[in-house]
Write a new protein. Structure first.
Length: 252
């Protein structure tokens, strides 16, 4: 089963529309924070049942049709650490609010979320955690489908870490220590995919990546360019890095 077939399966669920951004996160296998979307309570039970049923069905169909893809659990399920990060959202008037607290780690350049706590939207929190659980379930039983291993990938990741977490096209603006970890500060800029008609001219992303944590972003800043001035829209700060075994509730 490939990504297109999985996408077709998602379209068969009798649940509220998930939206393109959430769908991209399912296909990618890791999180890039989407815009907040509210799901009415009446659809919650159907959503939960649909997601759980689809996950079980996927495993059953894969086992029956492609037994060769079943293998031992992915090594991504045994991270040496889990980082706890707070995500803060900023409004246009400069006010801020804690959007969520994320427990995650990095595996060969991919961020894998173990758990996410949303203080204002329990339904949103549950949806995110169900998606994370599905991803971890697939990594346990069909890792070659969702995150295939390869020598080419290993070679790229090894070179990426040795370079100080600098990939092609990245702009290094400095180095800084965050929570006792040395980081490389990367800053990338770009233009919006489509003009929104509200003065939004571009974006800037800054990340503090730690080579000793597999290039995990200990800090990030998202900004939008409006009338020649960058405005902070979201920031993420890691407040703690827990070694494996320090909290069994957030480890596989």
């Amino acid at each position: 089963m490939n990504d297109i077939e999985l996408d077709e399966m998602l379209n068969q669920w009798a649940v509220p529309p998930a939206g393109a951004e959430l769908r991209e996160r399912v296909q990618a296998g890791f999180f890039s924070r989407p815009k907040r979307r509210w799901f009415p309570p009446v659809g919650w039970k159907g959503l939960f049942a649909g997601v759980a049923t689809a996950a079980v069905l996927f495993l059953v169909v894969t086992a029956a049709a492609f037994p060769s893809v079943l293998s031992s659990p992915s090594p991504a399920l045994r991270p040496p650490y889990v980082a706890m990060s707070n995500v803060t959202e900023y409004a246009k008037d400069g006010s801020s609010r804690l959007e969520s607290t994320v427990y995650s780690y990095s595996y060969k350049g991919n961020e894998i979320v173990r758990m996410e706590m949303d203080p204002d939207d329990r339904i949103h929190q549950a949806i995110i955690n169900i998606h994370a659980s599905m991803h971890l379930l697939l990594l346990r039983f069909v890792p070659n489908v969702v995150m295939p291993e390869s020598s080419a990938r290993d070679a790229w990741f090894s070179a990426y870490v040795k370079s100080g977490c600098v990939d092609k096209g990245d702009v290094v603006i400095g180095h800084e220590k965050v929570l006792t970890h040395e980081t490389t500060v990367i800053q990338n800029t770009g233009m919006p995919r489509a003009r929104l008609g509200d003065g939004y001219d571009g974006w800037r992303w800054t990340g503090w990546l730690a080579p000793d944590l597999g290039c995990f972003p200990l800090r990030t800043r998202n900004e939008e360019l409006v009338s020649g001035v960058y405005r902070l829209t979201k920031e993420r700060d890691t407040v703690g890095v827990m070694a494996r075994g320090s909290d069994t509730s957030i480890y596989p």
